[in-house]
Design a binder for this molecule. Sequence first.
Ligand SMILES: [Ca+2]
Ligand SMILES: [Ca+2]
Length: 221
Amino acid sequence: MGNTKSSSNRIGISMINQKRPQPSVNKHQNLSEPDDPRSKWALSERDINFLSSQTGLSQDEIRIWHEKFFHDNPDGRLDRNEFRKLYRLLRQECPERVDNMCDHVFRAFDVDGNGYVEFGEFLLGFAICSRGDLRSRLDYAFECYDLDSNGYITEDEIEPVLRGMYTLLGIKHIEDYPPDIVAKDLMTKLDITKDGRVTKDEFIHFLMKEGMYRNTVNPFH
Ligand SMILES: [Ca+2]
Ligand SMILES: [Ca+2]
C-alpha cells in the first residue's frame, strides 16, 4: 500500500498527516509516559479552520472529536482493528453486517495509504461519508473498490467489495443477483473507454446518474 492517493480534498488532509510528527513508537516504550502524547498532537487554529471548512463541522465539534479520538487512541491513529471497532459504533448496525466492508472503508479513509487512519483522515472521511455531497461520497466509494490503490478499478476488484455490500445491505438471496454477474454487468457500464479499467471519473460519472446501481454499490448513503 505504498501508493500515494490523490484528489483535491485528499491532498489537503495528506498535508495534515505529513506535517504531524509521526510518533516514533518503540514497542517497549510506555506510551503513557514520560509526557502526555496529546501535547504533540495539539490542533493548531489553522488545522481547525481547515478541518472545519472541509467537513462542515463547527470548530467546537472538531475540538470535541479531537479530544475523544486522542482519549481513545493516545497514539493518534487507528489501525485496522481499532478502525473496525469505531466504525461499528458509528454505523450503528450489527457488526456482522459492517465487518465485511470495514477493511474496504479503511482503505478509503487511509488517504496516504500508510496503513493507519490518523485523526485528520478519520474526521474528514467520517464527515464526507455521512454528510458530504454525492460526488465526494462516490470519491470515497471508489477507493473502497480500488483494492490495490493503483488508481483504477478492474472487474476482479468489484466482486469482493460487492459481496461486502450485499452483507452490509442484508441482501439474502445472493443467487438472484450473483455478485460475479453484477460485477461483469457493472464493468461493461462503467468502463466507457473499454480498456478493462475504470477510472475514478468513469466511476463517479456513471453512478451520479444511475441511482439503482448506486444503491447497491455505494456504502456511503
Ligand atoms: Ca493514513
Ligand atoms: Ca485497482
